[in-house]
Design a protein around this ligand. Structure first.
Ligand SMILES: Nc1ncnc2c1ncn2[C@@H]1O[C@H](COP(=O)(O)OP(=O)(O)OP(=O)(O)O)[C@@H](O)[C@H]1O
Length: 225
């Protein structure tokens, strides 16, 4: 199923970020069109997670703006959250809910129509090989199973913009292949993917953004967090 209408481009202009009193990046621009994938690369501490948090609206840039089409995302934080899936380092799996209940929780946040939400949850369980774990509580999952449950919400609650921070962490090879296929399908439908990684991930035609090229020269600035 394709996004109809297609989403506008997701754009960052002249972004700068200060954390812990240090300038992490400055003068950073990006643009992601429907169907695009952007891979954030760079050594530890170069700012990949910080940029993803800025893109998700979870961290305010020190300067610059993130735009959805022509509209600053910060103008309507709720709308930006609704169009965005941010999967960070910390798992968002609720320990006392089963895998299916976790996915249902996310699905219902996006989809009020119960049968549609249930179909999306079943599809997400199947796609990520979680169907046999559907009734297992989150607290009993392995690290890779938890990561797959986190990623399955991408399908349980469809949103055009996926922001994924090292999504292959803890995944076995077969699960990485599943994620690659799911991202390819999302892009074919007009969705967008931005991900950070230290591993090879197969994303045909993706563009790369090397964060270390935007690191200011050791300036010590005021922390504005
Ligand atoms: N909560 C925080 N408060 C203050 N500084 C932070 C915080 N989180 C990260 N930083 C700093 O911001 C800089 C960029 O960190 P970030 O996590 O964005 O890098 P990264 O490229 O994602 O690293 P990694 O590859 O290790 O995940 C680092 O200097 C880090 O120390």
């Amino acid at each position: 199923m394709a996004f109809d209408p297609l989403p506008p481009s997701f754009v960052g202009r002249a972004l700068g970020c200060i954390r812990g009193g240090r300038a992490v990046f400055a003068g950073l621009d990006f643009a992601v069109a429907p169907g695009d994938a952007l891979v954030l690369l760079g050594p530890n501490g170069s700012g990949k997670s910080s940029l993803l948090r800025v893109m998700a609206g979870l961290l305010r840039p020190t300067v610059g703006a993130v735009l959805w089409g022509e509209t600053p995302a910060a103008e309507d934080a709720e709308a930006h959250a609704a169009r965005t899936h941010y999967v960070g380092h910390h798992d968002a799996v609720k320990p006392v809910l089963s895998v299916a209940e976790n996915l249902r929780f996310w699905a219902r946040l996006h989809e009020p129509h119960l049968p549609t939400a249930t179909r999306a949850v079943d599809g997400a369980l199947d796609a990520f090989g979680l169907a046999h774990l559907r009734d297992v509580p989150g607290k009993m999952l392995s690290a890779g199973q938890k990561r797959r449950t986190n990623l399955a919400r991408l399908l349980a609650a469809p949103s055009p913009l996926w922001l994924l921070d090292e999504p292959t962490t803890a995944l076995d090879k077969a699960s990485i292949k599943v994620l690659e296929r799911v991202m390819a399908d999302h892009r074919a439908a007009g969705g967008m993917v931005v991900l950070s990684t230290h591993q090879d991930v197969d994303l045909p035609g993706c563009r790369e953004l090397h964060l270390d090229r935007f690191t200011p020269g050791g300036d010590e600035w005021e922390d504005e967090e």
